[in-house]
Design a protein around this ligand. Structure first.
Ligand SMILES: [Zn+2]
Length: 265
């Protein structure tokens, strides 16, 4: 059996076109190796099982080690796997994957470590990696994700990358919200589902209401640190000890230092 034969056959037309018109040999070779990794993964046997969450069941497609796809839209499962993988896997449970997912949902592991993200663009992988660092029960705005992914101007692109998150719940895109702390889009069931998922993690409706009227950044007079308004380290009860800032730059110019919990910059 010749394992090296025909590495580019069976590629989608748009990918083949990308390979043929790119002028950067380094880019083409990186893309080829990504696609080989994807192909190697895809030829491993993929299967799925369901997991019950407080907000309903989710279905996970896995290879016994890594998770390739997650959805809570079980009615559209066939269409989703066809779009995402190009073929339909059969049922197959895995204790190992169940344990990995439990660790992620409990906040003991980061979702990007147990998901196969190699088929995604480097930017989308970075956005998902940053999103996976957001602790359970906390929120971050899209612009925070873009900034920490190394592209502060790419706020909309970060939103798009999260909108196409192949592994929602495992990589917690529900913890990323708009700059005004309204919830915004959620591909796994819209704003209402996003609020339900957050509520199951302890983010109350009252908390969201409080945030809606809070400034973007808050300096603490006592410690001279500044935070995102959603920082769990902030004492919400005593606004007399707060100072409002519109941007991190404004806070830095006033001599405030970034909080290490919410990492506002
Ligand atoms: Zn903070």
């Amino acid at each position: 059996m010749n394992m090296m034969a025909e590495p580019e056959t069976g590629l989608p037309d748009d990918v083949r076109e990308e390979l043929s018109r790119t002028a950067d040999p380094g880019f083409a070779s990186r893309l080829r190796s990504e696609l080989r990794a994807r192909q190697a993964r895809a030829t491993r046997s993929l299967s799925w099982f369901d997991l019950e969450l407080p907000v309903g069941p989710i279905r996970l497609v896995h290879d016994g080690e890594l998770i390739h796809l997650v959805t809570n839209d079980l009615r559209r499962f066939d269409a989703l796997v066809d779009e995402g993988l190009g073929f339909e896997p059969g049922f197959g449970d895995s204790n190992r994957v169940r344990q990995e997912v439990s660790s992620v949902l409990a906040g003991r592991r980061r979702g990007n470590e147990v998901a196969f993200l190699g088929a995604l663009s480097p930017f989308q992988q970075e956005v998902l990696r940053v999103t996976a660092t957001i602790p359970k029960g906390q929120l971050r705005p899209y612009h925070w994700v873009a900034r920490h992914a190394g592209s502060p101007g790419a706020v909309r692109a970060a939103g798009t990358a999260l909108g196409h998150n192949p592994v929602p719940f495992v990589v917690p895109c529900h913890r990323v919200v708009r700059s005004d702390w309204t919830l915004g889009e959620y591909s796994a069931g819209g704003t209402e589902m996003k609020e339900q998922v957050l509520r199951a993690e302890g983010v109350t409706h009252e908390r969201l209401e409080w945030l809606r009227h809070a400034p973007r950044y808050i300096g603490q007079l006592s410690s001279h640190e500044f935070c995102l308004a959603a920082c769990p380290g902030l004492d919400e009860e005593d606004p007399a000890l707060h100072r409002a800032f519109r941007s991190p730059e404004e806070a830095l110019a006033e001599g405030y230092v970034p909080c290490e919990v919410c990492r506002p910059v």
